[in-house]
Write a protein that binds this ligand. Structure first.
Ligand SMILES: [Zn+2]
Ligand SMILES: [Zn+2]
Ligand SMILES: [Zn+2]
Length: 506
């Protein structure tokens, strides 16, 4: 027998002590001690931790099982104690749903209970996460989801507009056969199916952890909250606020497709960049039909919170029940505006809950480009005619150095010759000194249209979301879309880079 480090033995004793309940569960006790043959799943565990093979394990267990069983727990100078072990459910990316034991520790030195993902101080009302991305994320009290599975959900959402419900269905279908063969512990009462709420909770928590990790911050939501939606609400709102205006990481993007650099006659460099501002449209590419009006339930109306009121089931006179009718406190339309570069990068989005006109749009533009010299050279927008007229009526000079043309096709085909205002101010041919017609086509490109169409694909998913989740979700999808696009541009040798923010914002 090889020699064993003393520290390994003491750690072994501590672990067995912590797992005493579970070991007793799966062993016959004779004279109060577990039998000599340790159950295979604990053998696997100790093999993982200490690298002990079966014969080694047999020797150690035989030697120490009674010692370990009589061990009273940590002695005085050890601070960690008050273990709490609970049955929980873990959704594993490779092995499906697995019943697990989760143990938390209370430290008598710092009056803090340490959970799997976070700690809670005795006098604190907050859960303070440990920072970084844990391997397994506790998405609700009883549910743990592997981080790599959360990443897969996010990828399914961004690549294929998969709803949380369908992410769950795909996972359930994958592990359906396996689930029926899992030997569940005695008294097990959780359903094994992955449902919409679990996927949603896991996705938002995981995305928040990623965000905090990027910002080198630590997430600390309230420990006591009636539900997960409320627990995460503040953190979601804070991220949403940060994303308003130039908050997207790729906001300062430039590349060979969307930024043209040429040398002018006097030898100075002329930088030409343009963006398209538009509405996400139907997900089917080249579809010109506008989307049917979106009816969106939102509880924010004139700043007054109106609760959704649902009529209760009423007993009919014949004893049967009527179907409950849902009635909503307010219903407003919503529409997104998104700013996209010609290479397809989405610089920012805003959603108007309610009928915002051109004025809302120009406020969005000023938020997105908060300093005049952060404005692109050209901003294509299908209602630039109306925008120009409004800006002139307001004597608003903010966009004076920025061309606001309608696209060439639109100008040629849709505008009446006699529209003098348009031919003076929106005429794309005025831009001719800057770009030729082909290049105008480049700026108002199919890549930008594709991004718009891709965003349009989320209408069905977004429809029922509450406003803070709605904005968070859209920002998150845009961020992931941009990351993927950036990698593609790199692969194609189109030199994507980020203009230093200080150059644009100071
Ligand atoms: Zn402590
Ligand atoms: Zn670009
Ligand atoms: Zn016009």
């Amino acid at each position: 027998m090889k020699s064993i480090q003393f520290t390994k033995i003491t750690l072994f004793i501590e672990i067995v002590h912590a797992l005493k309940v579970q070991i007793a569960d799966s062993h016959t006790l004779v004279d109060g001690y577990p039998l000599e043959c340790l159950h295979q799943r604990f053998r696997n565990l100790f093999k993982e931790i200490f690298g002990w093979e079966d014969n080694m394990m047999d020797v150690i267990w035989t030697l120490f099982r009674t010692v370990v069983w009589d061990y009273e727990g940590p002695v005085e100078d050890h601070q960690l104690g008050a273990l709490l072990t609970r049955y929980r459910l873990k959704y594993d990316i490779d092995n499906g749903p697995i019943p697990v034991y989760i143990t938390s520790f209370y430290c008598r030195g710092c009056y803090t209970r340490y959970y799997h993902n976070y700690y809670v101080h005795q006098n604190s009302t907050l859960q303070t996460y440990y920072g970084g991305i844990p391997d397994v994320i506790q998405s609700s009290r009883k549910i743990f989801v592997q981080a790599s599975l959360c990443e897969r959900f996010a990828t399914q959402m961004v690549m294929a507009w998969t709803s949380a419900t369908n992410c769950g269905r795909i996972y359930n279908a994958e592990f359906d056969n396996l689930c029926s063969t899992i030997a569940l512990p005695f008294g097990w009462k959780f359903a094994l199916k992955l449902d919409t709420d679990i996927v949603s909770d896991a996705f938002y928590l995981y995305s928040l952890l990623l965000d905090h990790s990027r910002q080198a911050q630590v997430l600390s939501p309230p420990h006591h909250a009636p539900n997960n939606t409320e627990r995460l609400q503040n953190a979601l709102e804070q991220r949403n606020e940060r994303m308003v205006g130039p908050g997207q990481p790729e906001w300062n993007h430039a590349c060979d497709v969307c930024t043209k650099i040429s040398v002018s006659e006097d030898g100075s460099l002329v930088v030409m960049d343009g963006v398209t501002l538009g509405h996400p449209c139907c997900a089917i590419h080249d579809c010109v039909n506008p989307l049917p009006t979106n009816r969106h339930m939102c509880c924010l109306h004139d700043g007054v919170e109106i609760e959704q009121s649902v009529q209760q089931c009423d007993l009919k006179t014949d004893g049967t029940t009527k179907k409950p009718k849902a009635r909503f406190g307010c219903r407003c339309t919503h529409n997104e505006e998104v700013c996209v570069t010609s290479c397809g990068m989405a610089l920012g989005q805003v959603t108007f809950f309610g009928a915002e006109g051109l004025n809302g749009v120009q406020i969005f533009w000023k938020q997105l480009f908060p300093i005049q010299h952060s404005l692109p050279n050209v901003m294509w927008y299908d209602n630039n005619c109306g925008m120009q007229a409004m800006l002139r009526a307001d004597n608003d000079e903010y966009f004076n150095d920025c061309a606001l043309p309608v696209d060439v096709f639109h100008f040629k085909s849709k505008l009446k010759e006699q529209d003098v205002f348009c031919s003076m101010f929106c005429n794309p041919y005025i831009l001719k000194d800057l770009v030729d017609e082909k290049e105008q086509g480049d700026f108002n490109s199919s890549a930008a249209e594709q991004t718009n169409a891709w965003l349009g694909g989320f209408h069905a998913i977004l429809r029922d979301m509450h406003v803070e989740r709605y904005n968070f979700f859209l920002d998150e999808m845009i961020m992931r879309h941009n990351q993927t696009l950036r990698r593609q541009l790199e692969e194609q040798g189109l030199s994507p880079y980020n203009i230093p923010r200080s150059e644009l914002l100071e």
